[in-house]
Ligand binder design. Structure first.
Ligand code: ZN
Length: 204
């Protein structure tokens, strides 16, 4: 999937309110996954995610109602984040991966709550509770069946992206009183533990 010779392609990322973001994507067949058009789309989604930058991008976000998402949490994204924040979020680099027709087959009972954002709800963020660990079965870009067990921030990314493929956005799951502009996160909430944020917002 290396395309060193081609300039990166930036697809338009749709914003909330577009109907396709609220529709379940259809599954892809192995034959479709191997098709050059899908292989090219995967490369374009990777470029678009990196350009945004984001740690995941699902096909409905670029207007396609199919069960395809890309994920990547690059080491360079983590350099500006305080070590204690990374530790509390259990956030570590995740290599680039392609998820086709993914299903979450196991959810941990223990949950964790953090501010989460979405490229399709640009400029905003909110507290979202997610399972701390999940197991996901999916097809990779070669249509090979795979299973991944993820914890911490990686598990959150997977839950967020797979939600997109079902027509769900984080705003459906968020603690509504915590909904905030990104600017105000930096101003008021950034370095506070979640418990302190909840107390300040009048949440128990
Ligand atoms: Zn999103």
């Amino acid at each position: 999937m290396s395309e060193a010779a081609s300039p990166p392609v930036r697809l338009k990322i749709l914003q909330t309110g577009e109907p396709v973001l609220r529709q379940a994507g259809r599954a892809l067949t192995p034959g479709e996954i191997h098709h050059p058009a899908i292989q090219e789309l995967i490369a374009h989604m990777r470029d678009t995610m990196r350009d945004a930058p984001g740690v995941g991008l699902a096909a409905p976000q670029i207007g396609l109602g199919i069960q395809l998402a890309v994920v990547e949490d690059r080491a360079e994204y983590l350099t500006g984040i305080a070590p204690e924040v990374l530790a509390s979020r259990e956030r570590k680099p995740v290599p680039f991966m392609v998820l086709v027709n993914p299903t979450i087959v196991e959810y941990s009972d223990d949950t964790v709550e953090f501010f989460e954002g979405c490229l399709s709800v640009a400029g905003f963020s909110a507290l979202v509770k997610r399972s701390r660990r999940v197991a996901v079965e999916y097809l990779d870009e070669r249509a090979q069946p795979q299973r991944v067990e993820a914890s911490g921030w990686f598990a959150r990314i997977l839950q967020h992206e797979i939600d997109h493929l079902r027509g769900t956005l984080y705003i459906d799951r968020m603690e509504t009183r915590s909904f905030t502009s990104i600017e105000n996160i930096g101003k008021h909430w950034k370095d506070l533990p979640v418990e302190a944020v909840r107390a300040a917002l009048g949440l128990r």
